[in-house]
Design a protein around this ligand. Sequence first.
Ligand code: ATP
Ligand code: MG
Length: 172
Amino acid sequence: IAPMDIRLLALNIFSRLENIAKDRDVTFKVKPDELSGVWVMADADRMEQVMLNLIENAVKYGNEGGKVIVHFSEGKKLVEVSVRDNGPGIPHEHLNRIFERFYRIDKSRSKEIGGTGLGLAIVKHILNAHDTKIAVMSKPDKGTTFSFKLEKAYISPISENLPETAVTQANP
Ligand code: ATP
Ligand code: MG
């Protein structure tokens, strides 16, 4: 667990998913857009898996021509991250079950789209390991929002990038 810029991670994932987003005419946004970086304490590799699955789901199961928004809300000690789509939503009776391994909803486009149904089970597991949880809110025909909170990172990102020699000199 180390400081990482989760806003930058979201932007990187947007560019990795550029092709499938173009195919479905989906547009990506981070909000609020005046932020320059959002620093949290997290395992960067694991957080990449979390954000990739949530954003990819939003593209795959959201509407064609839809919008995917990654929103950040910074509190005193925590940052809330949410991934929102304006797609068909998830029917109420499935909301708890989508976090089970291999669970996929028949009626959503899932059957024609590739996937194993493991993504959200992994997301839940990783966030548990970060002492936090995933929440989901969905309204039929309005869309779905997945959200979670992470601890804010206070260490200056600049000190993280000091060359090794500078660190050695500072700590003889
Ligand atoms: P994998 O992530 O392993 O490639 P998957 O995407 O089917 O496969 P999950 O990410 O666990 O698996 O998602 C489980 C199911 O939840 C999906 O198959 C889909 O039916 C539904 N789902 C997930 N995200 C959304 C969303 N944003 N909107 C509507 N349905 C969703
Ligand atoms: Mg998935």
